[in-house]
Ligand binder design. Structure first.
Ligand code: UDX
Length: 434
């Protein structure tokens, strides 16, 4: 099939690469000239395992193209997939301005058979609104499909090629069945729903996962208070199939480009429809609180932080990505510097992005060794493999004081106990002080 994709962000690029991989002819369109120039050279603008190989392979096979030219991408496309950003607006609602612009752009190139797929995360009712907008421009009925994505950064390619499900929401049976056919080579279960239900599935899923994280984080806080171990508790809970083992990792709160924005957007949708949804308010409040627990522990341990050197290991909102959006490291760095600490941070890939957001209020190290050298304490913020595989005893030997605040529970108790003199403060488990 001949497919055009609007927007080469995370979702658009991963989708484009994967659809070309399963045999379709894909042209990706973006207004950012620089990005397209790089992509044409086979250079991905994002760090995503597996993406570069598929990118170069499918470009070489002539199945994947990049352009800034609307006619080149859109004129003969059978299917147009819209994957432009829907960032959070000032009022908590999703900002649809890119989507509205994309709709105008599309309408000059489509015919009666073109299928328009909205992949961007959009509030319930947006597909209907966009359909009307495009029809007003082009003057004939258009075929629309809501097709939300569930890919995670860091495993975007795998999540697309081996998805748990594909959601196709449409009031047009012919369009729904063509999109189902487009995905057939993936051999993934397809659920066909109304447009509104498809839109809701995306928000309901993300808000549920965010709530699951806030729930286990609150259990972690309770475990600390009563002397239980949240990892044992999560393991015991997760074996119940109705609960499931995933997304029960207690830590310093969820971040990234989706959960914080989507929970707020769903709460906004609830509000404008007269539904209070207090559960979501608590999910957000718990997450805000959780971002402060590491710093609270540091302050409790040291009293003041003036003259203390604190090493932060990890800056990205999670491992295997250079994305800093809503990363817990941002408020943590701000709080530590506010209390007068000298902060030296290390991240395997997110340093450049972090510098743009956090700036020069902290220092950036080129290695773990450099960051922890003579540090009064280490804070573990992102559970990178490189961090989890540290020789803890060796690291402690390089520090001024052997103190670790672990926001991601990276090390088993035996590893810490084998280190000799140490103070280890995990999340939701008893501290180890030897
Ligand atoms: C998420 C959804 O998983 C994905 O389906 C959707 O399409 C986009 O949003 P992503 O933002 O890439 O994906 O990250 P994810 O792996 O889901 O993690 C989100 C945040 O939750 C991270 O900050 C992570 O550290 C945190 N998290 C996740 C926890 O704190 N505990 C967990 O158990 C799981």
């Amino acid at each position: 099939m001949k497919i055009a994709i609007l927007g080469t962000g995370y979702v658009g690029l991963s989708t484009g690469v994967c659809l070309s991989q399963i045999g379709h002819q894909v042209t990706c369109l973006d207004i950012n000239e620089q990005k397209i120039v790089q992509l044409r050279k086979g250079i991905s603008p994002i760090y995503e395992p597996g993406l570069d190989d598929l990118l170069t392979m499918n470009m070489a096979a002539g199945k994947l193209k990049f352009t800034t030219s609307q006619p080149e991408a859109l004129a003969n496309a059978e299917i147009i997939i819209v994957a432009v950003g829907t960032p959070q607006g000032d009022d908590g609602a999703a900002d649809l301005s890119y989507l509205v612009q994309a709709s105008k752009d599309i309408s000059s190139y489509i015919n009666h058979d073109t299928i328009i797929v909205i992949k961007s995360t959009v509030p319930v009712g947006t597909n209907d609104f966009i359909k009307k907008l495009i029809e007003d421009y082009c003057g004939f009925p258009v075929k629309m499909v809501s097709n939300p994505e569930f890919l995670r950064q860091g495993s975007a390619i795998d999540d697309t090629l081996k998805a748990d499900r594909i959601i196709i929401g449409s009031e047009n049976e012919e369009a729904a069945s063509k999109i189902q056919k487009m995905y057939r080579p993936l051999n993934v279960e397809v659920i066909i729903t109304s447009t509104k239900s498809a839109e809701m599935i995306k928000y309901a899923s993300n808000a549920f996962l965010a709530t699951k994280i806030s729930y286990i984080n609150e259990i972690a806080n309770l475990c600390e208070a009563v002397g239980a171990d949240v990892q044992d508790v999560a393991r015991g809970m997760g074996k119940d199939k109705r609960i499931g083992e995933e997304f029960l990792y207690a830590g310093i709160g969820y971040g990234g480009s989706c959960f914080p924005k989507d929970v707020k957007a769903l709460l906004h949708t609830a509000g404008v429809n007269g539904v209070k949804f207090p559960l979501l308010k608590e999910t957000i409040a718990i997450n805000d609180f959780q971002r402060e627990v590491l710093v609270a522990k540091v302050l409790k341990r040291f009293g003041g932080l003036k003259g203390k050197k604190i090493a932060m290991l990890g800056l990205a909102f999670k491992p295997e990505t250079d994305d800093m959006r809503e990363a817990p490291s941002i408020p943590i760095a701000a709080a530590l510097t506010k209390y007068g600490a000298e902060v030296v941070a290390y991240d395997p890939v997110a340093t450049d992005n972090a510098r743009k957001i956090i700036g020069d209020s902290i220092k950036y190290a080129g290695s773990i060794d450099e960051a922890v050298h003579e540090a009064d304490a280490v804070l573990i913020v992102t559970e990178w493999k490189e961090v989890k595989s540290i020789d803890v005893a060796e690291m402690l030997a390089k520090m001024k004081e052997p103190i670790i605040f672990d926001g991601r529970n990276c090390f088993p108790e035996e590893t810490i106990r084998a280190c000799g003199s140490v103070e280890y403060y995990p999340i939701g488990k008893p501290a180890i002080i030897i």
